[in-house]
Design a protein around this ligand. Structure first.
Ligand SMILES: Nc1ncnc2c1ncn2[C@@H]1O[C@H](COS(=O)(=O)NC(=O)[C@@H](N)CS)[C@@H](O)[C@H]1O
Ligand SMILES: [Mg+2]
Length: 468
């Protein structure tokens, strides 16, 4: 994985995940195999989101006057918004923004819908495409200009306590989501200067990619009452008083799939956890002239057996030499491969192979087969989960010496350090090292800890990294 970036771009094309040759920079096509990975990933996400929120769907276009209402917010996005200025031959009398995110399309409606405390809480989410004219280097799935898989949740609450609680609930939901996908993460509170435009604070999930650079894979924002003031989202409370709501929002994007592919991959290609793998099992018949029908018949029988157990199975019966089939299987990263040839049939066996260990496992073609296959899939998933978390944990290094930071990060680590929390000091650290402070992870109680830069008493343990 020396050159991860090359591996990543290659695998997207070779495994038929996306095609970035679309004639607009930062926009790509979801190809069939990738579309399935995205589909199964979204099934997991929606299962979790539907327990917490109601799914809705808002228009993609936002009137300029709404987008511009929240000063800090629009400042944060003014360089990234795409505009629609014409309808057919006619100039529009008001410019329309392609949503970069949907606060300013949703909150005028929240203001309309929320009258009384009984209308609260509102907890809506949508999975849509959003548009950001990213000026930094675009990368497929990682930094795109059309974010095709943008899950955004937006909540409104009567009290601060309930809103703060909602932020914690979304953090827990994201932990569950990434745990299902076996994507390891670091959670931190973004520094003041890097929080979401208009938010009180931002909780961020970062994963460590194979090259040691971190990728922000999800964020939860406590918006406080800022947007409520701007969009006049008030409610009449039980005591008859009119009050501003408290709001939170939580976002994920295509980056989840970038991380899913990256953290589990290896030199041979994809290695997909079963939960979002297009197929769980690839059956490879070894076909000779004689015995061909029997082999195919047995493969069909096994496919049915596994599908009846809820597994996704494909038979690679292409008329090509087995070696090419094995190569493709390794590239596409299906968890388990079963080989069946005429000799295996005679011995009533199949040769199984897990995509992680790549060792031959002889299995009897008897009624113990299904359970053995399910056990292999479970052990495989556990191994992927453990391996990815080991990688993350091995690549977070604590240091008290700012001179060590560069070597640690350049050799592919995230650096954990004591920080006084002062903004000027934080910016000086970023300036001096050339890396980003991802955020603070915990408060420090024992007072003798000193800030890595100012030497002042440290208030927090923070993390910094080279980021995507
Ligand atoms: N250009 C981009 N390409 C891919 N993913 C992106 C891009 N910009 C942001 N993201 C992802 O989208 C997530 C949410 O974006 S955000 O700006 O942080 N937050 C919001 O937009 C909030 N309104 C969430 S509802 C980020 O955590 C990041 O993982
Ligand atoms: Mg951005």
């Amino acid at each position: 994985m020396e050159n991860f970036s090359e591996w990543f771009h290659d695998i997207l094309e070779k495994a038929n995940i996306t095609d970035s040759r679309y004639p607009i920079k930062g926009m790509a096509i979801w190809m069939p195999y990738g579309f399935q990975i995205r589909k199964y990933t979204l099934e997991v996400l929606k299962e979790l989101m539907d327990q917490e929120c109601d799914e809705v769907l808002f228009p993609m276009l936002i009137p300029e006057e709404e987008l511009a209402k929240e000063g800090i917010h629009v400042k944060g996005f003014e360089d990234e918004v795409y505009w629609v200025t014409q309808g057919g031959q006619k100039e529009l009398n008001e410019k329309l923004a392609l949503r970069p995110t949907s606060e300013t399309s949703m909150y005028p409606m929240y203001s309309l819908w929320i009258r009384s405390h009984i209308d609260l809480p509102i907890k809506y989410y949508q999975i849509v495409n959003t548009f950001r004219y990213e000026t930094k280097h675009t990368r497929p799935l990682i930094r795109v200009r059309e974010i095709t898989t943008f899950k955004e949740a937006h909540t409104a609450h009567a009290t601060k306590e309930e809103c703060d609680e909602q932020v914690n609930t979304f953090v827990e939901l994201y932990k569950d989501f990434f745990d299902y996908l076996g994507i390891p993460y670091l959670i931190s509170k973004r520094p003041e200067w890097d929080k979401f435009p208009g938010a009180d604070y931002t909780m961020a999930f970062d994963t460590i990619m194979p090259d040691g650079k971190t990728l922000q894979i999800g964020t939860v924002h406590n918006l406080g009452q800022t947007f409520a003031k701007t969009f006049d989202i008030t409610f009449e409370d039980k005591d008859g008083e009119h009050k501003l709501v408290y709001q939170s929002c939580a976002g994920l994007s295509d980056r989840v799939i970038a991380a899913f592919i990256a953290v589990h991959g290896d030199e041979k290609g994809l290695k997909l956890p079963a939960i979002a793998a297009p197929d769980h099992i690839t059956i490879i018949p070894i076909l000779f002239k004689e015995g061909k029908e029997e082999v195919i018949a047995k493969c069909m029988e096994l496919k049915e057996l596994f599908e009846d157990a809820g597994l996704r199975v494909n038979i690679d019966d292409r008329d090509i030499r087995p070696g090419k089939k094995f190569f493709d299987w390794e590239l596409k990263g299906t968890p388990l491969k079963l080989e069946i040839g005429p000799r295996d049939l005679k011995n009533n066996k199949t040769i199984a192979m897990r995509r992680d260990e790549l060792e031959k496992i002889e299995l009897d073609l008897d009624d113990s087969l299904l359970d053995k296959v399910l056990d292999l899939l479970e052990d495989y998933d556990d191994n992927l989960y453990e391996t990815s978390w080991d990688f993350l944990e091995e690549h977070v290094k604590f240091t008290e010496n700012i001179d060590e930071v560069k070597d640690l990060i350049e050799s592919g680590n995230v650096v954990s350090f004591n920080w006084c929390g002062d903004e000027a000091c934080g910016k000086a650290i970023e300036e001096e090292t050339g890396y980003d402070i991802l955020g603070i992870q915990e408060e420090i109680t024992d007072s003798d800890a000193k800030c890595i830069h100012s030497g002042e008493p440290a208030k927090y343990v923070a993390i910094m990294a080279k980021t995507y």
